[in-house]
Design a protein around this ligand. Structure first.
Ligand code: AMP
Ligand code: GLY
Length: 291
């Protein structure tokens, strides 16, 4: 198979590292890629968010499968452009990617699907968590323990634009759960932990991700299946019900609270940096699973 991998980060390098181990792979192409990926396949100077250019490249290279790394092109509808153009893609449609692109959509889907999550709050009163309702590269969330933090957070998030979501502040360790989905069923990957807050002791602001490890002690295959049953399969069923079947990686960010796991957010793609720690643990043929 000829594969075109989209993106330019460490996540895509980790995916490339795993994909080239597949006996099914004949050629690996990437756009735009990075120097690490260039040692494994051929990089092309096309931006992942330029959907018409990606479609043109996929056709010119006779690509059998496009694998999309980042969320921005997915939320903008890249997978739809490729599918309408006759190119197979591992990545959700615009309608399904809204599970990451819109926090209010995600909250609504969770409520209908019966997935446990942080309760919405009517007013920004500490303690609470403020979020903007769009993609913000991990920087659209402010965790507020005091009312001063709320006031600062409101100013900070107003600068990003988008509707404000206010929710209950939860406490507990976080884990990242990943499921490879074909629209109807899914396959669990190992769980990982990542660390989002800057500075030693996790006292700084949230970032897109500072580092990650996997496997996570205490989560064997049965425990992971239970989490996927709780947080991924109901979402898959609800998105299919809404005519937005989810094809791609559904990534649930969970907090393990004293009252049980709560979903903080969904992402419509592999995690970064989690993928770097996950890929060495994936047994079998990743390409076969994605195709
Ligand atoms: P999100 O983008 O929604 O995953 O939020 C980014 C980070 O903010 C999470 O990984 C948590 O560390 C923190 N966070 C988000 N929602 C909550 C919440 N309801 N309670 C406590 N921390 C949260
Ligand atoms: N590491 C968190 C993310 O990929 O969103």
């Amino acid at each position: 198979m000829r594969v075109l991998l989209l993106g330019s980060g460490g996540r895509e390098h980790a995916l490339a590292w795993k994909l080239v181990q597949s006996p099914l792979l004949t050629e690996l192409h990437a756009a735009p890629g990075n120097p690490g990926i260039a040692s494994l396949g051929q990089c092309h100077p096309v931006r992942a968010d330029d959907s018409e250019a990606v479609l043109g490249l996929a056709r010119a290279l006779h690509i059998d499968l496009v694998v999309v790394g980042p969320e921005v092109p997915l939320v903008a509808g890249l997978a739809d452009v490729l599918r309408v153009g006759g190119v197979s893609v591992f990545g959700p449609s615009r309608g399904a990617a809204a599970i990451e692109g819109s926090k209010t959509f995600a909250k609504d889907v969770m409520a209908v699907a019966g997935v446990p999550t942080a309760a919405p709050l009517p007013e920004p009163i500490a303690p609470c968590v403020l979020k903007v309702d769009g993609l913000a590269a991990g920087k659209g969330v402010v965790v507020c323990h005091t009312q001063d933090e709320v006031e600062e957070g409101l100013v900070e998030l107003a600068a990003l634009g988008g509707d404000l979501v206010i929710e209950e502040l939860l406490e507990g360790p976080e884990i990242s759960v990943f499921a490879l989905c074909d629209g109807a069923t899914c396959l669990a990957l190992p769980v990982a932990q990542d660390f989002k807050r800057a500075h030693d002791g996790d006292v700084g602001p949230n970032t897109g991700g500072m580092g990650s490890f996997a496997p996570v002690p205490g989560f064997d295959a049965d425990a992971i299946e239970e989490l996927v049953d709780l947080t991924c399969r109901p979402i898959l069923a609800e998105l299919a019900e809404r005519d937005h079947p989810f094809i791609g990686t559904l990534f649930a960010g969970l907090m393990l609270t004293p009252d049980g796991p709560r979903v903080l957010e969904y992402n419509c793609r592999f995690g970064d940096p989690e993928t770097q720690s996950l890929m060495p643990l994936v047994e079998g043929d990743l390409l076969e699973a994605l195709a």
